[in-house]
Design a protein around this ligand. Structure first.
Ligand code: ZLV
Ligand code: CA
Ligand code: ZN
Length: 370
């Protein structure tokens, strides 16, 4: 978007943490993205900002103070046994690791900084690829997410904007963000996700749609494995168009989890990174002040490719499919290209089902009023 003021938030020290030696969530993917964005020469097209970590007070606006105090004190050495006494970190998905508090504060600080810059009108689009931790709950960590930077950013946006729309294209249901705003009509949450057969977190049916004043303002789009670009974009655009028309938000937050791209270790969709980026491109056509966040993504080179392509989409730049020289990708044939093509795999989504989900979502949206 050539005429837009774009800011890119990056904390160099925040992405070198390791949740555990074998954990699928690898924060380093944000550094990989950063290097590709730099080597594709995108830096001159945006303002690069080093954000401050969130303060304890900012973290406690979102989370139970006792949980934040616990995160601050806990270390791998003393966590054994404590996690059972005070089970706010689930040992397997959310292990205790050295620096867990600083890691979380850094991510939340960057997303709050995005919101502040939008609030002051200094940027139209703010990017934080380290953000998007959509599962974290008020009282505990969940699904690799310790602190909910998205809820913190939305809360900040709500001080200057009447209505905020949240769109989540991570392959998992955005349950944490949904829960934070489940009973308000000032935030509409929309999550597209794989659903059924025990896929994590298990919530996110179309019937789950909000409570009290928030009834009908939580939108869920459950899907099955193998969905293609054509099907996804058809449904995504229709849902977004209708939701924009009904809700008329004043600001937009996009969670761009790259685990919905083909080849992900945990996801099982068949979306190309161009299809994924087209979702962002479409969202930007509404010309709203927008925060763009990361999220899941477990085939790390694909995550870096996807978010690099999406940074270019935001800037309105065309990139050469040949990746520039960098320190992460090697000389193997599969390491040469930016674009990730679809594969041959079974698709459990029929067009009939996609249209049925669309109609269910339209019904919920049809009951909203502004
Ligand atoms: O991408 O996990 O299925 C945003 C995000 O949306 C589960 N967790 C939970 C429920 C009980 N379990 C299993 C515990 C397993 C712990 C370790 C893994 C280790 C290796 C490979 C895969 C997993 C794993 N864990 C796959 N799916 C899970 C989910 C959590 C998914 C979080 C997605 C986070 C950042
Ligand atoms: Ca999602
Ligand atoms: Zn995910």
């Amino acid at each position: 978007m050539a005429n837009k003021k774009v800011s890119y938030f990056y904390a160099p020290d925040a992405s070198s943490y390791q949740l555990s030696e074998t954990h699928p969530m690898v924060p380093e993917r944000v550094n990989m993205t950063h290097e590709l964005v730099q080597n594709y020469r995108m830096f001159p097209h945006m303002t690069i900002i080093k954000p401050h970590p969130a303060t304890e007070e900012q973290l406690k606006r979102i989370h139970l103070p006792g949980y934040i105090d616990y995160l601050k004190k806990v270390s791998p050495l003393i966590s054994n046994g404590l996690v059972d006494l005070y089970p706010c970190l689930q040992a397997d998905d959310c292990p205790t690791f050295t620096g867990v508090y600083d890691y979380s504060a850094s991510i939340v600080g960057a997303s709050i900084a995005c919101a502040n810059r939008i609030n002051h009108g200094r940027s139209n689009i703010c990017i934080n690829w380290a953000g998007g931790m959509h599962h974290a709950k008020r009282r505990f960590a969940s699904g690799f997410c310790y602190a909910n930077d998205i809820a913190a950013a939305i809360l900040e946006l709500l001080t200057c904007h009447r209505r905020v729309m949240y769109v989540d294209i991570d392959v998992h249901h955005g349950d944490g963000v949904e829960e934070f705003f489940y009973n308000t009509n000032r935030v509409m949450t929309i999550s597209f996700h794989r659903h059924g057969n025990g896929f994590f977190p298990g919530t996110g049916s179309t019937a789950e749609s909000g409570v009290g004043p928030g009834k009908d303002y939580a939108i869920n789009v459950p899907l099955h494995k193998g969905i293609t670009d054509d099907q996804y974009i058809f449904l995504y655009k229709n849902v977004l168009m209708k939701a924009m028309e009904r809700f008329q938000p004043e600001a937009l937050v996009m969670q761009m989890g790259a685990d919905s791209v083909v080849g992900d270790k945990l996801g099982d969709f068949n979306l190309t990174n161009q299809g994924h980026a087209n979702c962002l491109k479409h969202a930007l056509t509404y010309n709203l002040p927008t925060i763009v966040l990361g999220g899941g993504g477990y085939s790390v080179k694909n995550v870096a490719r996807t978010w690099t392509l999406e940074t270019a989409t935001i800037l309105g730049l065309e990139l050469d499919n040949k990746l520039p020289a960098n320190s992460y990708f090697g000389h193997l044939p599969e390491d040469q290209n930016l674009i990730i093509p679809a594969i041959k795999m079974s698709n459990l989504n029929s067009m009939k089902e996609i249209k049925a989900v669309q109609n269910q979502v339209y019904e919920v949206l049809g009951r909203t009023e502004i």
